[in-house]
Design a protein around this ligand. Sequence first.
Ligand SMILES: [Zn+2]
Length: 295
Amino acid sequence: MKTRALLLSLLMLLPLSLLPSRAAQAAPIAIVAAESTYGVIAQAIGGNQVQVDSIIKNPNVDPHSFEATPAVARKVAKAQIALLNGIGYDDWMTKMLAANPAPHRQVIVAADLDPALIMPDRNPHVFYDPTVALKVAERLAQLLQQADPAHREAFAGNLQRFKTQLTRLNEAQEALAKRHPQLKVTATEPVVGYLLRQLGWTSLGEKFQFDVMNDTEPSPAEVARYEDNLRQHKVALLFYNRQVTDPLTDRLRALARSSGVPVVGVDEFVPPKTDYVQWQMQTLAAIEHALGKAR
Ligand SMILES: [Zn+2]
């Protein structure tokens, strides 16, 4: 009894730093990602040391018109690290972070990490550029190492693995561009703009695509030009955004099909049970498949 009391008082005299670090054993680091694309990158880098919540992950949601609920606000308020796209893509998240201030929360805005990577037309779909994904992963690894130094090595290893996968993706993009150099293509919405830049392909009907993205009615002349590109085979492919659709985009998809222009369905964010590189590789495979059918 006496010994225990003595031990207890000795323990109380110990400086806090000599006690086992609470942080190292505490609950996983809470990360909130505006879209599943950033969520899967966070999971790849954080591994078991993180708890990732992706807000937009339902493949049937149009992210450009997403409205956050109070449940989303609670998740955002609890997060230690928040990931978002930026340049107007997910302003709801920016507003939510501002409305739930937390001095120790770290925020990563993908589009702000390297302004030189942003296309001159300010296309917000930066996640189709593997270099942007790499910048996000690197910044995240840095923040995680600061938050949980005990797992420094693990985070560094995860980052290295992700980089190796990205190298494979870059090689696959280069190979596709080599097999199909300088194609002219079009899309219902500018979702794959950064991929097309990587491939060195030209996207026709950009004004039309941005109108669809912004929910603006394209002018009749714009629609006529767009239809002409399909009817006259001025484009090798139509990229059809499966998440941003309306009767007009459906009609254009039908027109592409009846005109013999192959259609490739693309997404705004990583589908369930898929990682970032798998998703991008699947898109490349779908493009290759569609171009093969065109011959
Ligand atoms: Zn979009």
